[in-house]
Design a protein around this ligand. Structure first.
Ligand code: XMP
Length: 512
């Protein structure tokens, strides 16, 4: 079993970031619900425990408190923020209730580097976000770092290997934060570097072969990163036993279907069945303009088409899916933890239980950045691995209001130009998403001497880390100018181009 550093989740918005930081050090890390029994952690070969922060106060009636058995396992524990309060609360110190949160930059002065701060400067800028504070140390602990507001900003019990820090080393604003984790993982826990995507691929292939045996797997390929990497990985494991279904819903971008056919059929020699259901989708969408109604119709039609396609493929036992780790973590929804809300849009579980297929989800353990690395190692091109997100309902939510073939055609033409220019200027890789929307509004323009009464195209380019919040991208005016004039010159039926300067919130990234 892989050596694991457990992150006990107390509802911090940074819990996943902690696990990612540890994995960046090539050590496997897994997120556990705070209430996980110590015995489970022992059985899973945990070699170190990080107590995440969290929005709670240990004094609150519903405070999340871990199994005290975790302190008896004989493994090192690093308490972050709320974690340090738990030390005070559970191991015999004293915590004082605070009415306000200390939030923002602080300056840490390291008094005793010990193992946690080994090799680090004596002064570090750190990021604070905490309410209560420790006012008396539990027996066995001594302070090793102070900030202007806290004499116990960093503490240790060297004998038991328990460390507590009031600030957040996982966030970017904390100087040398990753080195603090490194010191804990390697210096204190004695972990070995063995979590690499190469080793993941080897283990995943072996596991897929054992689980699938001689059965067949089907997989709905969308062209997005997750399903593409899942397909490439499963194919590497079982070859011809995998059949992929790609549904052309008539809401794809220019050339998308052809790209999928070329890449997966020709290059990877994967058995991909392309189902052209565009006529059915467009018929069902006729006259519908309400966004949620459009989404519902697109989702239901997809399931019907997918199910029908299986009849031609023959019996399969497994359904392959590109489910990722953030989709399966049981979020601790406490207080105002935004991480608990992230799951709004993922496409898991869309297929009804009556299909009676067992799920095969080889990426369940991985974060998105790890999936991209796996994809690259499997030979997927940069355009796929670093592709911008594209919504499941496709252009269906980018033609505002009613959808028609003509409107889709105009949108495709404009979007192709936008993507060409974004790629040529290198901006495509720097932003989170860049796309056009068709606005069902007519505006007046001039072409030569003639009045041109035609449609408006909106351009949306945003920067974001996780799609929860986003800011509009300040593209260079020259680039915007080129995109705009190419769209109005080259796409018939467009008289005007507008640039969306709304952030999320209050706007969303998509327009519908
Ligand atoms: P919003 O518009 O909610 O989008 O700010 C956040 C992210 O989710 C994508 N998105 C969707 N993805 N099905 C999807 O698979 C959907 O219905 C959907 N709606 C929005 C959007 O592109 C952005 O990345």
């Amino acid at each position: 079993m892989a050596q694991t550093i457990a992150v006990l989740d107390f509802g911090s918005q940074y819990t996943q970031v902690i696990a990612r930081r540890i994995r960046e050090c090539q050590v496997y890390s897994k997120i556990y619900h705070y209430s996980t029994p110590a015995e489970t952690l022992r059985a899973e070969g945990v070699i170190g425990i990080v107590l995440s922060g969290g929005p709670n106060s240990v004094f609150s009636r519903r405070a999340p408190i871990p199994d005290p058995g975790i302190y008896e396992l004989g493994v090192p524990v690093l308490g972050i923020c709320y974690g340090i309060q738990l030390f005070g609360f559970q191991l015999g110190g004293r915590v004082s209730k605070s009415t306000h949160r200390e939030f923002g930059h602080g300056n840490l002065r390291v008094m005793h580097p010990g193992r946690l701060f080994a090799g680090l400067p004596k002064k570090l800028r750190v990021w604070n976000s905490h309410g209560d504070r420790l006012i008396r140390l539990p027996p066995g602990f001594k302070p090793i770092g102070v900030t202007e507001n806290s004499e116990y900003a960093a503490i240790e019990d060297q004998k038991r290997n328990f460390y507590g820090i009031q600030f957040h080393p996982e966030v970017f604003h904390t100087e040398r934060g990753i080195d603090i984790y490194r010191n804990f993982i390697f210096g204190v826990c004695g972990a070995r570097r063995n979590w690499t995507m190469r080793s993941f691929i080897d283990r995943a292939i072996a596991a897929i072969r054992i689980r699938v045996g001689k059965s067949r797997v089907i997989l709905g390929l969308s062209g997005g990163v997750d399903s593409s990497v899942a397909a490439a990985l499963i194919h590497r494991a079982i070859g011809k036993q995998l059949t992929c279904v790609f549904v052309d819903n008539g809401l794809l971008r220019q050339g998308e279907r052809e790209q999928v056919e070329t890449l997966y059929k020709k290059h990877f020699r994967i058995d991909v069945r392309v189902v052209d259901a565009s006529a059915l989708f467009l018929r069902r969408l006729r006259g519908v303009s309400e966004p949620e109604a459009k989404r519902r119709i697109i989702g239901q039609t997809f399931i019907k088409v997918f199910e029908d396609s299986l009849k031609h493929i023959g019996h399969a036992e497994f359904l392959g899916q590109g489910t990722l780790y953030p989709d399966v973590i049981e979020s601790v929804a406490i207080g105002d933890n935004p991480a608990a809300l992230i799951k709004t849009h993922h496409n898991v579980g869309g297929l009804p239980a009556r299909m009676k297929l067992k799920l095969l989800e080889p990426l369940r353990e991985l974060f998105k950045d790890e999936v991209r690395l796996v994809g690259a190692k499997l030979g997927l091109p940069r355009e796929v691995v670093w592709r911008q997100p594209f919504p499941g309902p496709g252009l269906g939510v980018r033609v505002l209001g009613e959808i028609s073939r003509d409107r889709l055609e105009i949108l495709r033409g404009a979007d192709t130009i936008l993507q060409e220019e974004m790629m040529a200027s290198g901006w495509y890789w720097k932003v989170w998403q860049s796309f056009c929307v068709f606005l069902p509004v007519k505006s007046v323009g001039v072409v030569g001497d003639e009045r041109n009464y035609a449609w408006v195209i909106g351009i949306r380019v945003v920067e974001s880390i996780d799609a929860m919040t986003a800011d509009w991208t300040r593209l260079p005016p020259d680039l915007l100018q080129r995109i705009s004039s190419r769209i109005t010159n080259e796409v018939r039926g467009v008289s005007r181009v507008v640039y969306d300067v709304s952030s999320k919130p209050p706007a969303t990234i998509e327009w519908e």
